[in-house]
Design a protein around this ligand. Structure first.
Ligand code: G6P
Length: 606
């Protein structure tokens, strides 16, 4: 989703801004732009489309400025065209702004400003901020900013240039992340630490309502009350994202291949000397008193939560709910001190998941987040954090971060069930040993990518398809269907296999591809009967099952056999097979696999 970069230093700003935008590209965007302070003016160049389009526009312009801001925009208010792209300037050009987030009361504010004679060029909420700053400005930018903040409702990370102070950048945030960094005589703003890592690992993260005033090699911080504050940089120990696909044609395929290693790393980080999740020692003390667990996330992270809920209910013997964050945040799920809310998020910045976390904290529920990005807002806000070790994920459609989330949730369920005396130590160890075999089993699926490629022919010429399963297979069906929709634009649906006959089956046409997930052995005969029902009506069925079920499938035409594991853990193996099938389907359809249209990697608006 939207990304911000700012640079002020001894060198020309434009190459730094472009490099920063390229690092933010993976988040998903549909236009980009930059603005620099040069010769007493602010020069803005923006373009819809890719950063390469912006570069083409910049090619003929001599920009020597050493201070500037840049933005990648994922359209919310107004089409993704040149005019609506950021940066946006105030009516007279005094203020130029890039913005992540949404100003919820921008319409009444715009109406008021129009009535006061201000003019607007774009349909964005951001232009309101630029004009508000101009309205409140009386020579002191910080004072104008503070007045502006008092009237803005919604979320924002802002990076601002004021024409009167060409050697200064201003940054402020509420609800959307913003980071700063220093490297000798150079200073940087970025909405994502990934864009700062090429320069330093010492990162300053702005807190809610905080402001940063940035000059060459110097940053001054102000608290939400306007008083100057001291801020310490935190060390971010992430490898620099080189945006290098190596020999892989797409980041998605590269990330699929990284999964065995990611799972091993996640396991060894979360299990130390035979102890599961040692960093949760405080939370573990509350396990006996808990009465309910809520799993909350968006997109694939929600599906991981659903899989977590199914396993936890089975071995932890506790009431669980799984909900999408956008419903949970406005819903009425009873929450109290005896509820544990588990928030799952790769980025740790997803706006709905963050809001759900804040709600749980307000209701005094215990909070635990399963996060991939260290230093993210959710990691800072949660009482407890489990980090997955997926490293930076570039492809918009998640693969390795999802399976790492599953691994973390499986481990948490084992830990909980054992600590609460629902399973014996010997059973815990047996299950743990099964988990430790998953990385090599994932590798064996990757090694059979030609099978996945073959089965993708079921989908590549179709406009619709179904994914069905029961129990934990249903959670896998949800994720398989989402992956297919995200990257290949085929309208797929996921259904509990037993529900088909209550409506959905009327949609079935000859040749409709149906992926049947059959790894729950105890439910195998039930799902198998549903397979027969859809086949009888012309469906082309692909069955994903464990090797141990192969006898029962000898007459079936399309079977992808997965290595045997605990039925409850098979979702992780299914995910890898389904990722590969979606990947090859999208490849055959000529889709933009790493950057699917309309999608963003990190969804920082509601
Ligand atoms: C976006 C991505 C999904 C992801 C979801 C949640 O919609 O396209 O792949 O699952 O956000 O993201 P999170 O960072 O919270 O896991």
């Amino acid at each position: 989703m939207c990304g911000i970069i700012g640079y002020i230093g001894k060198n020309k700003a434009v190459p730094y801004l472009i490099r920063g935008l390229e690092h933010l590209e993976y988040r998903g965007y549909d236009s980009s732009g930059i603005a620099v302070s040069q010769g007493g003016e602010v020069i803005t160049v923006k373009a819809s489309g890719r950063i390469s389009d912006l570069k083409s526009k910049l090619a003929g312009i001599e920009l020597t400025a050493k201070c500037g801001i840049g933005h990648t925009r994922w359209a919310t208010h107004g089409e993704p065209d040149d005019i609506n792209s950021h940066p946006h300037s105030s009516m007279s050009g005094l203020f130029t702004v890039v913005h992540n987030g949404i100003i919820e009361n921008y319409l009444p504010l715009k109406k008021e400003l129009l009535g006061q004679g201000f003019t607007f060029k774009s349909s964005t909420d951001t232009e309101v901020i630029a004009n508000l700053l101009e309205k409140y400005y009386e020579g002191d930018v910080l004072s104008a900013l503070s007045k502006c903040r008092r009237v803005l409702e919604g979320s924002y990370a802002l990076c601002i240039i004021c024409r009167d102070f060409p050697d200064t950048l201003y940054g402020v945030r509420k609800g959307s992340p913003l980071h700063c960094a220093l490297k000798r005589t150079e200073s940087f703003f970025a909405s994502d630490t990934v864009a700062l890592l090429p320069y330093t690992r010492e990162i300053f993260t702005l807190g809610e309502g905080e402001t940063a005033v940035m000059k060459k090699g110097k940053i001054t911080f102000y608290g939400s009350d306007g008083a100057e504050t001291e801020k310490k940089a935190e060390r971010v120990n992430l490898p620099e994202q080189t945006a290098d696909k190596g020999d892989f044609p797409h980041f998605m395929l590269k990330e699929i291949y990284e999964q065995p290693q990611v799972l091993r790393k996640t396991l060894s980080a979360l299990v130390r000397d035979g102890e599961l999740l040692p960093e949760l020692s405080e939370l573990k003390k509350s396990f006996f008193a808990l009465q309910k667990i809520c799993f909350v996330g968006c997109g694939s992270a929600y599906h991981a939560g659903l899989a977590g809920k199914i396993l936890m209910e089975r071995i932890g013997n506790i009431t669980c709910v799984a909900e999408t964050a956008s419903e949970f945040r406005y819903g009425n799920t009873p929450l109290d001190g005896k509820t544990l809310c588990i928030f799952i998020s790769q980025s740790g910045e997803t706006a709905d998941t963050l809001a759900a976390l804040m709600k749980a904290k307000e209701k005094k529920a215990k909070t635990l987040s399963v996060i991939n990005v260290r230093g993210s807002t959710m990691a800072g806000e949660s009482d407890n954090v489990i980090y997955t070790e997926a490293g930076t994920e570039i492809a918009v459609a998640t693969t390795k971060a999802y399976t790492a989330q599953l691994m973390a949730l499986y481990l948490f369920a084992l830990c909980f069930a054992h600590e609460r005396w629902q399973i014996k130590r010997s059973e815990r160890d047996r299950l743990l040993s099964q988990l430790s075999q998953l990385p090599e089993k994932v590798q064996s699926i990757i090694d059979r990518r030609d099978r996945a490629e073959l089965f993708s022919s079921l989908f590549d010429r179709r406009q619709e398809g179904w994914f069905i399963g029961r129990g934990s297979d249903y959670a896998s069906a949800m994720e398989g269907s989402l992956k297919m929709k995200e990257i290949s634009y085929i309208n797929t649906g996921a259904y509990p296999a037993g529900e088909l006959k209550h409506g959905t089956i009327s949609l079935l046409e000859r040749g409709t591809p149906v992926v049947a997930l059959c790894c729950e052995e105890r439910l195998f005969p039930k799902t198998f009967a549903n397979i027969k029902e859809v086949k009888a009506r012309g469906a082309r069925v692909l069955i994903l099952a464990q090797k141990k079920s192969s006898q029962a499938l000898t007459d079936e035409e399309n079977v992808f056999l997965l290595p045997d594991t605990e039925d409850e853990f098979a979702g992780l193996l299914q995910a890898v097979a389904l990722q590969l099938i979606s990947y090859f389907t999208a490849l055959k359809r000529g889709c933009d696999i790493d950057k699917p249209k309309n999608l963003a990697k990190s969804v920082t608006v509601e």
